[in-house]
Design a protein around this ligand. Sequence first.
Ligand SMILES: Nc1ncnc2c1ncn2[C@@H]1O[C@H](COP(=O)(O)OP(=O)(O)OP(=O)(O)O)[C@@H](O)[C@H]1O
Length: 339
Amino acid sequence: MSTPTKRPLLEVRNLEVTYAGGAAAVRGVDLSLDAGQKLGIAGESGCGKSTLALALLRLLPTGTRTSGEILLGGEDVLTMKWGRVRAVRWAGASIVFQGAMHSLNAVHRIGDQIAEPILLHKKATPAGAKKKTGELLEHVGLPAARANAYPHELSGGQRQRVMIAMALACDPRLVIADEPTTALDVMIQAQILRLIEQLVAEQELGLIMISHDLAVLADTCDRLAVMYAGRVVEEGPARQVYEAARHPYGKALSAAFPRIGDAASRFAPRGLPGDPPDPSALPSGCTFHPRCAVALDSCATEDQALREAGAGRWAACVHAGATVHEPGTPAEEARSSAP
Ligand SMILES: Nc1ncnc2c1ncn2[C@@H]1O[C@H](COP(=O)(O)OP(=O)(O)OP(=O)(O)O)[C@@H](O)[C@H]1O
């Protein structure tokens, strides 16, 4: 959490997003991020990660209901006039989506696509934008001459580098990366993650990285928020959440990924039985209770807010803070008994 004297770069307060059809995709989310900080957002498919990312820049479809506050540098994105929202996109905050092939325009040279937001935001003259495009390409590890290439002439990793260059084109303070490496092989994935880390450190950006892969987030981010059914159910220092989650869902998500270098990794990772709930028809009480191995009778009726679960750690579980033995895989048992 931020110090009271310094305003966070981004503060999300009680954000609620409901799609036109009634799906409550984001429910009461609070987040805080300082410049230079990297926040990971994890969760299964459908838990609301992308909806949250799109809400931050008011990119949700017409008819979607949004409430709460999204304070970017103290200004509420949700109540801004559209002209101001357009000014904030790219220049205040930008998004790198997964699957660069779909995000880039196939019929335009990549240099023109990177220069477009620079010109749109009047950050440079056409000649200045061309120069900056070359510099940005070199900064993300591509030769400036690749500006003349079309998207299909680049590899998947190179295209993702282009997306990162484009995201940085107008010098934003916040970058939101939504599954930026999901479509890439592991070697390229590692290169792109190191590039993102390097750029964040160099430019003191705030980074929100969204992924279903807790291991990737634990490796890249300072803090980690775990979402379930539209809520943040656990938050804390990234490595601690990954190694020893306090919420049964965080534990299950963590157990779903093998640990390289962990003696217990010879045991198979374990999946979580059942499916996430339909956001149009959420279960009563704690929404995780139908899948929870340690649910009490009261969990079916009593909702749980985030509560302190150790220093700098939060979990929305009746057991948070208490030691509960949950029957686990041998890998989990070995980990929990390790000194
Ligand atoms: N345009 C839309 N209209 C109605 N419901 C939607 C829309 N987009 C997403 N949803 C629903 O909102 C919920 C959250 O979806 P969202 O894409 O935010 O999840 P996610 O965690 O990002 O999943 P994934 O990892 O698969 O992208 C899902 O139940 C989804 O079906």
